[in-house]
Design a protein around this ligand. Structure first.
Ligand code: 5RP
Ligand code: FE2
Length: 217
């Protein structure tokens, strides 16, 4: 299934609850929540207290993208805060398999993310264990960057592997996605679309509906 996962990193934090309700009412299926620790990536964003607070605003799937070192230390807390899907970076886990198992033991959906310069082969051993692979289409750490073109080929390569193995694994793309390049990413094989600045600059409802019209086509 194709889904839109607006990234609240670009939201107006003074009106976060209202903006999440707006995404929900416009039909976005997921809410993408970027957690950054200032170590794995240069920025620090927000953590469990914010997730716990916004959980009351919507029943949509909380798609928690952990850009933190050794995320395995915090799976219990993110689960308790209200995550539905937790994605960890292959580059940030010393014991990637164990961390994925921990997410699944909590009864949550598990995702694994790869940075632009990490090859698809880095996650081949865990591909059959995860519900989703997140292909970063920018270097993680900031919203509003431009998509790195070679990452589109990685999406195509991954879709081929997933289909050949007969898996149902979702492929999410994150970073620099906009109304002009979303079709190209979906043609390459992405089915979960993250968009931050392209949703939150301008009218949130209108932008969400525009994305959904393409994604649900
Ligand atoms: O994970 C991220 C950054 O590391 C964000 O999800 C991503 O950048 C979304 O923002 P935009 O659509 O503005 O690029
Ligand atoms: Fe993200």
């Amino acid at each position: 299934m194709n889904c839109l996962s607006p990234s609240i990193l670009s939201a107006d934090f003074s009106r976060l609850g209202e903006q999440i309700k707006e995404l929900d009412e416009a039909g976005a299926q997921y809410v993408h929540i970027d957690v950054m620790d200032g170590m794995f990536v240069p920025s620090i964003s927000f953590g469990m207290p914010v997730i716990r607070a916004i959980r009351a605003c919507t029943d949509r799937i909380f798609d928690v993208h952990l850009m933190i070192e050794e995320p395995g230390r915090y799976i219990d807390e993110f689960a308790e805060a209200g995550a539905d899907l937790i994605t960890v970076h292959a580059e940030s886990c010393r014991h990637l398999d164990r961390t994925i198992e921990k997410i699944k033991e909590k009864g949550l959906l598990a995702g694994v993310a790869i940075n632009p310069a990490t090859p698809v082969s880095a996650i081949s051993c865990v591909l059959e264990k995860v519900d989703m692979v997140l292909v970063m289409t920018v270097n993680p750490g900031f919203g509003g960057q431009k998509l790195i073109p070679y990452t589109v080929e990685k999406v195509r390569e991954l879709r081929k592997i997933v289909d050949e193995k007969g898996l149902k694994t979702d492929i999410e793309v994150d970073g620099g996605v906009n109304l002009s390049n979303v079709e190209e990413l979906m043609d390459a094989g992405a089915n979960i679309i993250v968009a931050g600045s392209a949703i939150f600059s301008g009218d949130v409802t209108e932008n969400t509906i525009r994305f959904l019209n393409i994604i649900n086509e």
